[in-house]
Design a protein. Structure first.
Length: 132
C-alpha cells in the first residue's frame, strides 16, 4: 500500500508525530525495533525543521509507505544546511565534540538506510529512507 500523510506542525506536537510515525510503521509491517529507530530519525529531522525554520508553521512531514520501504520527506523554510559535510556517527568517535548540540544530522544519517538533502527556492527538503 502506498499513501502519504502530511503533517504541518509546531514543537507542541513533536511527541504526537513520533507516536504517529511509529504506529503507521508497525501497521505497514515494520518490526517494533525498526519502527522505533525510524520514528527517532524522522522525529529528529522534523524537530530540527520546526526548531530551525524561519516559519515553523510551514514545516511539513510526508510519509510514503511502499512495499518494504518507508520514505519520509521533511520540508521547511530555513537556512541552508551543509548536509553533505556532516558525517554520520562512527563506532570509535569522540562524542564530546557534540557537547553543544548538533547531534541531529549525524544521528539521522546513522539510523536510516539512505538520506538526501535538497535545497530549492529557500526550502530545505530532507528525504529519509528506511527498508524493513
Amino acid at each position: 500500500m502506498n499513501y502519504q500523510v502530511k503533517i504541518k506542525g509546531n514543537e507542541d506536537n513533536i511527541e504526537k508525530t513520533w507516536d504517529l510515525i511509529h504506529f503507521l510503521s508497525i501497521q505497514h509491517g515494520m518490526k517494533e525495533e525498526t519502527a522505533d529507530v525510524f520514528a527517532v530519525a524522522v522525529g529528529e529531522a522534523y524537530n530540527n525543521a520546526i526548531t530551525y525554520s524561519s516559519n515553523s508553521d510551514m514545516s511539513e512531514l510526508t510519509l510514503n509507505f511502499q512495499k518494504e520501504v518507508i520514505i519520509a520527506e521533511i520540508i521547511n523554510f530555513g537556512d541552508f544546511i551543509d548536509f553533505d559535510n556532516i558525517q554520520k556517527f562512527e563506532k570509535d568517535q569522540d562524542f564530546m565534540q557534540y557537547s553543544e548540540g548538533k547531534l541531529g544530522i549525524p544521528l539521522i544519517k546513522t539510523l536510516v538506510d539512505d538520506v538526501k538533502y535538497e535545497r530549492n527556492n529557500g526550502k530545505n527538503k530532507i528525504i529519509l529512507v528506511k527498508k524493513y
